[in-house]
Design a protein around this ligand. Structure first.
Ligand SMILES: [Zn+2]
Length: 69
């Protein structure tokens, strides 16, 4: 009984919502700039998942997927 309910909800809303939220997170994560640990300017951009690149001093920082460490 409980299982049927859960699957029905996920099929109707869960999957679609999850995909949208993930896309939004990716966009925001790619656009937002973060503080560089080297030059302390907000010029740290997400280059790839877990890799951050500073526009100013050119260093690469490994961090979490959406936030530099
Ligand atoms: Zn920098």
């Amino acid at each position: 009984m409980g299982r049927t309910k859960k699957v029905g909800f996920a099929g109707k809303y869960g999957a679609r919502y999850g995909k949208r939220a993930r896309n939004m997170l990716l966009k925001i994560g790619a656009q937002k700039k973060h503080k560089c640990p080297e030059c302390l300017k907000n010029s740290l951009k997400r280059e790839a998942s877990g890799v951050w690149f500073c526009d100013r001093c050119g260093i690469k920082v490994a961090g979490k997927a959406y936030k530099p460490a």
